[in-house]
Design a protein around this ligand. Structure first.
Ligand SMILES: NC(=O)c1ccc[n+]([C@@H]2O[C@H](COP(=O)([O-])OP(=O)(O)OC[C@H]3O[C@@H](n4cnc5c(N)ncnc54)[C@H](OP(=O)(O)O)[C@@H]3O)[C@@H](O)[C@H]2O)c1
Length: 336
């Protein structure tokens, strides 16, 4: 079996660490792993397949022996370094928002639009974590009932912001418990015991950039005719995003058919037993690969309306796993 040299750019970060773990767990055919990060992190050690490996600086020249470069170092790094990596011969799978809406770059969720990988030119974008879990859940329903409109509200974990936000929530909880003053550096307000309707920057249209990512990415990945209205909220959960999703479909549906359709779709686990108070929970989704769907119920306020509660691990399916599934699909389809 052919094996590949894999660079992980941003290897010391929240997604980078999860990428290394996911490559190990899925037995991806790795010939050599190259952890790359900012030059000041060069020399620090990460562990891969029980071996300590020194982190190297992510600079031009670092990709000459690389087959696949998994980027999770932020948009600024990707804008500069991803084209460099492609020029040096690597196929880049980028987790940042830098290239997602570029018309020459496929934006791919393997369960939704794997066919778009066929036209890649060396750079492939991984969608936003909130978009990924929403579209994994909605694609089988769109195929069957044709979704016209989506109204989504998110409840997003701090790990979606990165490693520094995980540390900040931990510290704020400790300071609250011990009666110390609470300091906020990553977020504009205290995140512990709070909810912030503010993810990424605000735009002139009154929405946050995170909200508009869900609108534009849904159209690019699944169907340009779908209308999306999103409200994205950060909550004091370490890991896994939850979403309240309301859809309006063109075709009528029966609830038991919806459940069967979701149960049969790839990457989804239905957790929906109200008598046992069974529904998807952020803490249960942590470390899992699947998207969990529950609270499946008709919206009686409109014709053909449906409500869902959708939960997935943002570091896993929302980032690292999706990127590695893209790499696996490239290998399977001989697109690399
Ligand atoms: N977290 C998620 O759930 C999630 C989901 C989907 C997509 N993403 C995207 O993935 C990217 C990384 O997110 P994250 O949560 O892992 O952030 P993170 O924890 O802050 O990790 C980013 C890592 O990249 C390093 N870095 C910064 N600039 C770099 C450069 N120019 N070259 C090489 N390394 C550099 C950072 O070093 P320093 O910390 O020392 O600056 C850090 O080690 C972001 O674009 C994010 O939007 C994240």
């Amino acid at each position: 079996m052919q094996k590949y040299t894999i660079a992980v750019v941003g290897a010391m970060g929240a997604v980078g660490r999860e990428m290394l773990k996911t490559l190990e767990q899925r037995n991806f055919p790795v010939k050599k792993i190259k952890p790359l990060d900012i030059p000041s992190n060069a020399g620090k050690k990460i562990t891969f397949q029980e071996e300590p490996i020194a982190v190297e600086a992510a600079v031009s020249g670092a990709f000459k022996d690389v087959d696949i470069a998994l980027f999770s170092a932020g948009a600024d790094a990707s804008k500069v370094l991803a084209p460099t990596a492609v020029t040096e011969g690597a196929v880049v799978i980028d987790n940042s928002s830098a290239w997602r809406m570029d018309e020459n770059v496929p934006l791919v969720i393997p369960e939704v639009n794997p066919e778009d990988l066929s036209w890649h030119k060396g750079l492939i974008a991984n969608p936003n974590c909130s978009t990924i879990q929403m579209l994994v859940a909605l694609k089988p329903l769109h195929d069957r009932y044709n979704i016209k409109r989506i109204v989504v509200s998110t409840y997003q974990a701090v790990s979606g912001t990165g490693q520094k936000a995980i540390v900040e929530l931990n510290q704020q909880v400790q300071d609250y418990v011990t009666g110390q003053p609470i300091k906020s550096n990553v977020y504009p307000y205290q995140i512990a015991f709070n909810a912030l309707p503010h993810i990424d920057v605000f735009l002139e249209n009154g929405y946050s950039k995170e909200e508009m990512k869900m609108v534009f990415e849904t159209k690019k990945i699944m169907d340009k005719n779908i209308s999306v209205s999103a409200t994205t909220v950060r909550i004091p959960v370490f890991r896994s995003h939850s979403e309240s999703i309301n859809i309006e479909t063109e075709k009528p549906f029966k609830i038991d058919e919806v459940v069967t359709t979701l149960n049969e779709a790839p990457g989804i686990i239905v957790v929906d037993n109200l008598t046992a108070a069974n529904y998807p929970l952020a803490i249960d989704a942590e470390g899992k690969d699947e998207v969990f769907v529950g609270r499946i119920r008709r919206d009686f306020s409109i014709d053909n309306g449906l409500n869902l509660w959708v939960v997935a691990d943002n570091l896993r399916k929302g980032a690292a796993l999706n990127a590695i599934q893209i790499a696996e699909t490239l290998v399977q389809k001989a697109l690399i």
